[in-house]
Write a protein that binds this ligand. Sequence first.
Ligand SMILES: Nc1ncnc2c1ncn2[C@@H]1O[C@H](COP(=O)(O)OP(=O)(O)O)[C@@H](O)[C@H]1O
Ligand SMILES: [Mg+2]
Length: 253
Amino acid sequence: MPEKLLQVENLSVSFDGFKALSNVYFSIDPLSIKVLIGPNGAGKSTLCDCIIGKVRAAEGKIIYKAKDISRSPEYKISQAGICRKFQAPGILERLSVYDNLAIASREKRSWQQNLRLNLSKTEKERIEETLELIGLETRRDLQASLLAHGEKQWLEIGMVVSQNPDLLLLDEPTAGMTAQETAKTAELIRKLVEKHTVLVIDHDMTFVELLKAPVTVLHQGQILKEGSMEEVRSDPEVISVYLGRAHEEPMHA
Ligand SMILES: Nc1ncnc2c1ncn2[C@@H]1O[C@H](COP(=O)(O)OP(=O)(O)O)[C@@H](O)[C@H]1O
Ligand SMILES: [Mg+2]
């Protein structure tokens, strides 16, 4: 069995006595995709917050590359190669697509200088690779504010990828996307696993299916079920707490 890249063991998180996560066990294989689903308030974002060190666990361990990071400061976790893309895009709207990627891929960050003049050959190559990966080669000189919603999300994924993370956490990457944008995002994520490990949180079942990856269902802070999309989808408990309800009320972040 390959060594896990990330292993969450017996994790519990409380907010003023409210248990947002209880005894969660969860792991991700290197260079794979894992999907985390569950209704609103299930604790999905809290689990991400714990992994990146933004929220502290009351109990349990987070083993990353064989080291417990559950007490490490956020910047150390980020330096160790865990990167999170938030729901809201963090792009610089007034800069071009290219310059957004240039900022993200700078090894030494110097904001004042002309970005393009100071890029190394390696950095330029990395930007070209990323532009191709996110499908925005022809949009490179466009001001980021003029991109479509889906394109902004891809640019931000590109910015996260430019930092060359080992583990990427994508919290609801398809929120607000059209069906076509959603399908392209699934394709993009499937390309990412050539070099990165990806944890995707979402509740769009069509999208989750396109990822063709193992799924973990969280419910009220606990793992309800793990398995393939088919296994999860046909599980009576999952249907009753999650999928069944999804037909009645659309779920939001
Ligand atoms: N900082 C916080 N303080 C208090 N309660 C929180 C905090 N963050 C999340 N919660 C609560 O924890 C539960 C899980 O939230 P969250 O992880 O955001 O769920 P999900 O991402 O699955 O929708 C919710 O009931 C939420 O209200
Ligand atoms: Mg959330």
